[in-house]
Design a protein around this ligand. Structure first.
Ligand SMILES: [Zn+2]
Length: 426
């Protein structure tokens, strides 16, 4: 982005310098084409997390040998201070520094652990667990954020490192950037929702490393109207997934509204678009080293291709994708939409829906950011709209949004959406 900006400045200043040529000096400003907005999604190498267990001086142990684990190195810096190194799967990469590892000690000991990053910076407030299943944020008295940026959003808000005060014992302490939700937890949740005739699961295809791309198929299998729900293109974006879970839990629940809705619609839900990245503890990319949410134009990666093929196949059978939603996480709750002028088959559905959410949900109102730039499609929302005339949205949840609120938001979002979508067919 920074390079793009510099180039834009260079181009603009180049234009102005043309108006008052200075014969004595060479024109050193950049001349030529602007940068391509298209990002290559051709497979690149990644370095996998080493899944190693480390034995450290002082009777301390650390390990990232589990699904979703990431700890690339660790050293003892002095008697009570240890330094962990966290790396991304490759670079350049969006700054979402995922980490997840276990610690334990021969005898009870309080240590300081500094989280450092060779590329990128500290982003996620540490979460702890004693069983890898239930999680809580580390207490503020135990975390020192070092050299924090002054901005509220984006890389300018990130810190150089974080220093954690930890009480270690022989029992395992899990530390992670967010709650660990890998294929194991997510597939178990999907299976728990199966209700014959209402909710089924299926395998759409396979990831680059051969993990199943599993989907839920919900509602009336013979309906002509379809909805697509996806999440976790970006592995660390657990809060987006948690809101999606609330959204789906509500849609599969028993009520007059859900019965009506599921009679009219079939939903396909892909909770883990990037299972390799999630299980591999990646910051952003799939195991092809690519940001999947830049691959919806070229479809170089099997994960995006698989979902595209399902959608094209259903459309070829005369069915229509009425609505599609892609759940993500960022620094704050935000809705990335298309403007009403780019409305699909249910005109103004998304803006009417978000208006009702702004009224129904408590707390600060999230920003709504429409964009008209949909070419090249690259991101899922633009592809859904352009290819299928689908009402589409990127639904972003904050990294630190309260977990109960995420669930509530997902539920209310589902209720309001179902009511509105049905109103187009009355
Ligand atoms: Zn994302």
């Amino acid at each position: 982005m920074k390079n793009h900006l510099l180039l834009t400045v260079a181009i603009v200043s180049g234009l102005f310098s043309c108006q008052s040529p200075s014969p004595s000096s060479e024109n050193t400003a950049y001349q030529g084409q602007p940068p391509s907005p298209r990002v290559s999604t051709v497979t690149k190498p990644i370095v996998a997390n080493n899944n190693q267990t480390y034995t450290l001086p002082g009777g301390i142990y650390a390990s990232s040998a589990f699904l979703g684990g990431r700890l690339n190195g660790i050293a003892q810096s002095n008697d009570t201070l240890y330094t962990a190194i966290i790396n991304p799967e490759n670079a350049p990469i969006n700054p979402s520094a995922w980490y997840a590892f276990k610690l334990w000690a021969d005898a009870p000991k309080t240590i300081w652990l500094r989280l450092t990053y060779m590329v990128g910076q500290h982003r996620y407030w540490p979460k702890q667990s004693t069983d890898g299943q239930s999680w809580s944020a580390l207490d503020t008295t135990r975390v020192i954020i070092e050299n924090q940026g002054v901005e509220r959003f984006g890389t300018g808000s990130q810190a150089e490192s974080a220093l954690l005060k930890l009480d270690l014992t022989a029992d395992t302490l899990w530390l992670a950037a967010q709650e660990i939700q890998t294929t194991r937890e997510v597939f178990a949740w999907m299976d728990s929702k199966v209700t014959p005739g209402r909710v089924d699961t299926l395998t759409l295809g396979y990831s680059r490393e051969g993990r199943p791309l599993r989907a839920m198929k919900i509602g009336n299998a013979t309906a002509d109207r379809l909805v697509m729900v996806i999440s976790r293109q970006h592995p660390p974006e657990v809060t987006g997934y948690l809101a999606m879970k609330g959204f789906i839990d509500e849609i599969v629940s028993d009520s007059e509204l859900t019965d009506k809705f599921l009679y009219q619609y079939t939903l396909y839900v892909v909770p883990l678009m990037n299972p390799d990245g999630v299980d591999g503890g990646h910051w952003r990319h799939n195991s092809g080293g690519i940001d999947l949410n830049r691959d919806w134009a070229d479809f170089n990666q099997p994960e995006t291709r698989t979902v595209r093929d399902l959608m094209l196949d259903q459309a070829a059978q005369g069915k229509h994708w009425d609505f599609a939603i892609d759940f993500h996480s960022t620094w704050d709750d935000i809705y990335y939409t298309l403007p009403d002028s780019l409305s699909g088959s249910l005109p103004r559905l998304v803006s009417r829906w978000l208006d009702s959410l702004q009224v129904k949900l408590p707390g600060p109102k999230p920003t709504i950011r429409p964009t008209k730039n949909i070419e090249p499609t690259m991101v899922s929302r633009n592809y859904f709209y352009k290819q299928f005339n689908t009402e589409a949205i990127v639904f972003e949840l904050g990294d630190n949004t309260d977990r109960d609120f995420l669930k509530l938001k997902g539920e209310v979002a589902a209720q309001e959406l179902m009511k509105l979508m049905l109103s187009y067919h009355e």
